[in-house]
Design a protein around this ligand. Structure first.
Ligand code: ZN
Length: 410
């Protein structure tokens, strides 16, 4: 496995892992100015310590770079939220936080959204939504529960054969009723329980009974178990600051990697389902609807993040009129009106979705690098899937880290 050689770095690694917990707690009470002093003092000490370390291997170098990237970028976000004299303009802040050109990328999304696709999706959903049965009904719950053993078996078989899960891996799968779980499914890494929300199913009447269509349930299972669950298991033996704990996932620069990994796993479910249309009672049309629906949701998240940044820009930068900017950019008075009257967010509100929003962009940067170095074929290999799951890295270091780990194993 990958281990730190330098003793000082091994020491720092442990301290940083603990600092993520403190940082997480402070993030929960940013209003507290005293908490900020505690956090800042600890942060300054760690950064100073990291400056004096002489790395002894390429892996040491990556770990050190990762620690510094996480500490610096995470601190910049906190500073953006809490420091009234924060000096960077909004665009520069965001590009530094997420990579050069990301602000412009989001701007392009807002400038020309896929109206055609959105319209088609709306039309296709009309009839279907009308026929739906309420998930609260007993019949609906019963038909959803009947799916659980099948979903579990499919996920374990696929996950093991494709290198996502160890051969002896097991888990439990439970159904959350709609009244408790709304639509949120989740994975508990400690107990290895996958809680599947009832909204993972769509319910329709058929021949006097209720049938449950599990397309969304499979998508969520791929995301939670083959994404987050697998990432966590494969990171267990990595250095402390790279393990998948609750805290490390809430450090801003790693959020887009944990979600990028999970969203990538989730994308594999479309082809998986296509190969089982008959077995699962699905149609190609349903898969297309699922895939397009998710792409559109991804698009919306990016738009929301851009709007939030533009609202901030108006507050922070004199003479900037956000309404005029949006109308000029979109040439769409309705979009501009909704933005002006109804959109209340600022970056701090969309911050929690930053992993989901930027995950695919940052994951793609790793794919591009590996594709260039190892070829397109390699991206389909079991070895590659496994390697992408080793450690929770900052997006700044992840492409180099994966590339290094591939070379080391070869
Ligand atoms: Zn996730």
């Amino acid at each position: 496995m990958f281990q730190i050689l330098n003793k000082q770095l091994a020491n720092l690694d442990k301290k940083v892992g603990d600092f993520y917990k403190l940082s997480g707690r402070y993030f929960g009470s940013l209003i507290n100015i005293y908490g900020r002093q505690i956090y800042k003092k600890e942060l300054t000490n760690l950064l100073k310590e990291s400056d004096n370390i002489k790395t002894e291997s390429k892996f040491d170098e990556l770990v050190l770079r990762n620690i510094q990237s996480n500490l610096n970028l995470n601190d910049m976000v906190i500073d953006y939220f809490t420091n009234p004299n924060f000096s960077l303009p909004v665009k520069d802040f965001f590009n530094k936080l997420s990579g050069e050109g990301t602000f412009e990328y989001l701007e392009e999304m807002v400038k020309s959204p896929p109206w055609n696709k959105r319209w088609q999706q709306l039309e296709k959903r009309q009839e279907k939504d009308y026929a739906r049965i309420n998930p609260f009904t007993e019949e609906a719950q019963k038909s959803a529960r009947e799916w659980l053993p099948k979903i579990k078996k499919d996920i374990l078989d696929f996950g093991k054969s494709e290198g996502y899960l160890p051969w002896d891996f097991d888990m439990s799968i439970l159904l959350i009723p709609p009244k408790d779980g709304t639509e949120w499914s989740n994975w508990n890494p400690k107990t290895k329980v996958f809680n599947l929300g009832s909204y993972g199913f769509e319910f329709f009447p058929e021949n006097g009974r209720v049938i449950a269509i599990p397309t969304e349930a499979y998508r969520v299972a791929f995301h939670e178990v083959l994404g987050h669950g697998a990432h966590q298991i494969h990171s267990e033996k990595m250095p402390y600051s790279l393990r998948f704990t609750e805290e490390v996932g809430s450090i801003t620069p790693t959020k887009s990697i944990t979600e990028g990994v999970a969203i990538n796993a989730e994308k594999r479910c479309y082809n998986f389902l296509r190969q089982k249309l008959k077995e699962l009672g699905l149609s190609e049309e349903k898969i297309v609807l699922l895939e397009e629906g998710n792409d559109l949701e991804q698009q919306s998240k990016m738009e929301q993040m851009y709007y939030a940044l533009i609202k901030d820009k108006e507050v922070k930068e004199k003479d900037f009129n956000s309404y005029e900017h949006i109308i000029r950019l979109t040439q769409n008075p309705i979009v501009a009106k909704i933005f002006k009257d109804d959109f209340k967010g600022s970056f701090i509100d969309v911050w929690r979705t930053i992993g989901h929003t930027l995950g695919p962009i940052h994951y793609q940067r790793m794919l591009n690098k590996v594709k260039q170095e190892a070829g397109k074929e390699y991206l389909c290999s079991k070895e590659f899937h496994k390697t992408t799951l080793n450690g929770v890295w900052s997006w700044e270091v992840y492409p180099d880290a994966v590339s290094y780990m591939i070379r080391e194993k070869a």
